[in-house]
Design a protein around this ligand. Structure first.
Ligand SMILES: Cc1cc2nc3c(=O)[nH]c(=O)nc-3n(C[C@H](O)[C@H](O)[C@H](O)COP(=O)(O)OP(=O)(O)OC[C@H]3O[C@@H](n4cnc5c(N)ncnc54)[C@H](O)[C@@H]3O)c2cc1C
Length: 391
């Protein structure tokens, strides 16, 4: 019997696997995709998450292939509103690291493979889990993409459900997350970077809505434009035109390498621990991508939970641990509080980017500019942006 079965080889499931392997547990990760996903979603890795990744040997390779964003500047109508330095005094990582999610997943997969061979099992979709002889029996199907699917079974003492925002394990447990939809839609694209912004993050606080852009490795910049409704026919040309209209910046549609249109919802589960099953990552809390915290929060949860999962496994093996239950409840309370706080922060970020009459925007920007010039305020905002203050 496995100590811990993990459903989902997204960034959070893989990180949890690495952390548990480091603790000597017998772990398997079941992933329904037969090959790594190609979707480029999360790019920002925050300093506290880098410390977690360091503990499984993933920070070095990621830093080696990412862009270090050491600060950001906001403009409006061609004028600078203010700047923020992400390098907090004494910080081990004085930057937000920008790496495409595909690269992050590749590094995590490498680390999991280095820590335990055969741990990641692709092409396995977990459909069911039932109590079975002091553990859980997982049932599903195995498909290699070529032949017909075959039945699959495995046994584990504990199950980590890191199967994403639409988590099937969460539904099977009867857990209904608090769902919130927002009036915000975004069009996002990666373009060859011909701007003068270098490694800076840049926000354009404009009357029709915010435009954000962030550097990526390989001379690429990601642009995100806020819209009031879904783009009817999203295209690189349409996005380039929106960017030019709102900011004056010229991006070439021919230099586009990714385009994505998305609306925003958040889903917060009321609890993470359900008997032998633990919800983790987006399965426990889906946040708005604006603010870039979802993946990072999942990693911080994984790091906090890993030692307690090890103790839960010991209890399953028959070793008493009288304080475990209370410690687990406290940890769950703290992590869910962090998720609610991050969700509120994302809500504020989105509200700041909504359209505004130009006169109101000018006053708002003047106040924002004056506030971020105060060191205490700048430090507070920088800690929030770099997730040094999430719980
Ligand atoms: C546009 C966008 C930009 C974002 N930017 C950022 C950012 O900059 N920083 C940040 O921190 N976050 C960001 N996020 C959020 C981030 O992408 C998610 O929080 C993160 O991917 C969640 O990871 P996860 O491992 O929990 O779930 P997922 O990445 O969704 O992975 C779940 C995995 O489980 C597998 N799976 C599902 N069901 C089963 C099953 N039954 N059996 C087996 N396998 C299964 C799936 O195939 C998938 O591989 C962004 C999100 C979006 C949409």
């Amino acid at each position: 019997m496995l100590d811990v079965g993990i459903v989902g080889a997204g960034p959070v499931g893989l990180c949890m696997a690495g952390l548990l392997l480091r603790r000597g547990l017998d772990v398997a990760v079941f992933e329904k995709r037969t090959s790594p996903g190609t979707q480029t979603r999360a790019i920002g890795i925050h300093p506290p998450a880098l410390a977690v990744l360091e503990s499984i040997g993933a920070a070095g390779p990621l830093i080696g292939s990412g862009v270090q964003i050491r600060g950001g500047t906001a403009y409006s109508a061609g004028r600078k509103v203010g700047s923020l330095d992400f390098g907090l005094p004494g910080a081990e990582y004085p930057f937000i690291l920008s790496v495409p999610q595909t690269r992050t997943l590749a590094v995590l997969e490498d680390r999991v493979a280095a820590l335990g061979s055969g741990v990641l099992r692709r092409g396995i979709e977990v459909l069911d889990s039932v109590p079975d002889g002091g553990g859980l029996l997982l049932r599903g199907r195995r498909a290699d993409g070529a032949g017909p699917a075959a039945p699959f079974e495995a046994r584990c003492r504990l199950l980590v459900a890191a199967d994403g925002a639409h988590s099937g394990r969460r539904t099977a447990l009867g857990v209904t997350p608090t769902l919130r939809s927002y009036p915000d839609h975004y069009l996002m694209g990666d373009f060859h970077d011909g701007t003068p912004y270098g490694t800076e993050a840049v926000l354009f606080l404009e009357a029709p809505g915010i435009v954000e852009c962030f550097p990526l490795p390989g001379g690429i910049r990601r642009w995100v434009v806020r819209m009031g409704r879904p783009a009817a026919e999203p295209s690189a040309g349409f996005l380039a035109e929106l960017i030019r209209e709102r900011t004056g910046a010229v991006v070439e549609p021919a230099g586009n390498s990714m385009l994505s249109a998305f609306g925003v919802t958040s889903r917060l589960a009321p609890a993470m621990v359900h008997g032998r099953t633990i919800l983790l990552g987006d399965a426990a809390h889906e946040l708005s991508p604006i603010g870039g915290q979802g993946m990072n929060l999942g990693w911080l949860d994984a790091a906090a939970l890993a030692p307690l999962l090890e103790r839960m496994v010991q209890v399953e093996r028959g070793r008493p641990d009288p304080t475990l239950h209370a410690e687990l409840a406290e940890l769950e309370r703290v992590r869910l509080h962090a998720a609610r706080k991050a969700s509120r922060q994302a809500g504020i970020n989105m509200a700041l980017g909504r359209p505004m009459p130009p006169a109101v925007l000018r006053v708002r920007n003047a106040i924002v500019g004056r506030l971020v010039r105060r060191p205490a305020v700048a430090g507070f905002v920088a800690r929030r942006f770099t997730m040094h203050q999430v719980d």
